[in-house]
Design a binder for this molecule. Structure first.
Ligand code: FAS
Ligand code: PHB
Length: 406
């Protein structure tokens, strides 16, 4: 795409690539601080809202929604959880997360709802989000004139800026635009996927997410509200949604749970059904000159530990604070935050990567698990549910480790 005289030139302070939760939350926090940002998104709003993803928010994420003045939805409809359940060997065990962490909780509130709340706030404030932008590219982020170029309705646009926030997810353009030698990638791809079903039926366990380990594979019982459930079963990575009728899904889910819970499941037609691959991934560092990566653009976790969206939120917490500090208040500015953003974010990311990898390894059936491996998993789970120390390790990671202050 050539840029010539008819290129429309515009400017902002922070150009945000991606209108997922990372980009929208960053845009909202910068707006609250009086910092100008434009969000460039390649899909339509409906497409972004149609991606069914996360469902569990750490308290730090809920607090950020309130800080961003978009907490009304989660306060009204979020379902607070004090515990999680583990099913193994055909029996269900509760982990008192609230008691083991001195009162911390998680909240069931879907990523779709978070995204919708953020979109509504941005629109109500009259802030600019360019949806369905084509051929987005980032330029001179290691120079003195960073810019984003894109096409919108056939018009070439060049957006000059001070900083670029790469909130464009795992398959985005920002990380891909970093010179190869400048970024180190760490990756583990898991030999299975998650088949997820959304159904307008009451959740079988409204006040505790249920994680199941069985010889048939992993299962998970979650929700989006008291009338909308979200369930998952581990499946072969090359399975297709067409291989799974609703009936086959419900039957398999029941086989992986304890008999009492299986009996209580209320089934209904799926309103969404998708298969997600699982990987652990981290790109280091997360800053390249005036380009910063946040959220899935920099890291991916297997969803077992419910960390993906929450890690995106903590990245945004660090990055928004750093940018606000850079632009300063009452004439006082500092680059300390932007200079330490990458190392602070990565310190929390790696701990969440470890927890997500550990819980995935404990709960899923791998090709080489076998009979002995199954017994090892069940022995570890039996030890975990009967040891306050081991349960506390699970609980404090599940509610989210503290943000790193400086
Ligand atoms: P996102 O990927 O959500 O958003 C990036 C945005 O950038 C997208 O809207 C994309 O269209 C846009 N974009 C990409 N390239 C662009 C370009 N070149 N130009 C402009 N825009 C561009 N997490 C959990 O905690 N629990 C779960 O159960 C869970 N399930 C998941 C299932 C799937 C299939 C996936 C992919 C992820 C799942 N996650 C889950 C993780 C997920 O919730 C992410 O952590 C979360 O979406 C991260 O948000 P963002 O960083 O905003 O990235
Ligand atoms: C979800 O509700 O989608 C969900 C809940 C907990 C997880 C993963 C996904 O660990």
């Amino acid at each position: 795409m050539t840029f010539s005289a008819q290129t429309h030139q515009i400017r902002t302070q922070v150009a945000i690539i991606g209108a997922g939760p990372s980009g929208l939350l960053l845009g909202q926090l910068l707006y609250k601080a009086g910092i100008d940002a434009i969000i460039i998104e390649r899909q339509s709003p409906d497409y972004v809202l149609g991606r069914i993803r996360a469902g569990i928010l750490e308290q730090t994420t809920v607090d950020m929604l309130h800080e961003a003045d978009v907490g009304a939805g989660v306060s009204a409809e979020g379902i607070v959880h004090h515990s999680i359940d583990l099913v193994f060997g055909g029996k269900r065990h509760g982990i008192d997360v609230h008691g083991l962490t001195g009162g911390k909780v998680v909240t069931a509130y879907g990523q779709t709802e978070v995204t919708r709340d953020l979109m509504a706030a941005r629109s109500a404030a009259g802030l600019t989000t360019v949806y369905e932008a084509k051929d987005v590219s980032v330029h001179d982020f290691d120079g003195t004139k960073p810019a984003v170029r894109y096409q919108k309705d056939g018009q070439n646009v060049e957006l000059a800026c001070d900083f670029i926030a790469g909130c464009d997810g795992f398959h985005g353009v920002c990380r891909a635009s970093v010179p190869e030698g400048a970024v180190t990638e760490y990756e583990k791809v898991y030999p299975f996927g998650w088949l997820g079903v959304l159904a307008d039926v009451p959740p079988v366990s409204p006040h505790a997410i249920v994680y199941g380990n069985s010889e048939r594979g992993f299962s998970l019982c979650s929700m989006r509200s008291l009338t909308r459930s979200r369930y998952y079963v581990q499946c072969p990575v090359d399975d297709k949604v067409a291989d799974w009728s609703d009936q086959r899904f419900w039957d398999e889910l029941r086989k992986r749970l304890d008999p009492e819970l299986a009996e209580q499941i209320i089934t209904g037609p799926s309103i969404e059904k998708s298969i997600a691959p699982l990987r652990s991934f981290v790109a280091e560092p997360m800053r390249f000159g005036s380009l910063f990566l946040a959220g899935d653009a920099a890291h991916i976790v297997p969803p077992t530990g419910a960390k993906g969206l929450n890690l995106a939120a903590s990245d945004v917490k660090y990055l928004s604070a750093a940018l606000i500090e850079f632009y300063g208040k009452d004439g006082v500015t500092s680059a300390a935050g932007i200079n330490t953003y990458s190392q602070r974010a990565l310190a929390r990311i790696w701990k969440a990567e470890r927890f997500s990898w550990w819980l995935t390894s404990l709960m899923h059936r791998f090709p080489d698990t076998g009979a002995f491996g199954q017994r090892m998993q069940e022995a570890e789970l039996e030890y975990l549910v009967n040891s306050q120390a081991a349960s506390t390790v699970l609980a404090e990671n599940y509610v989210g480790l503290p943000l790193i202050s400086k």
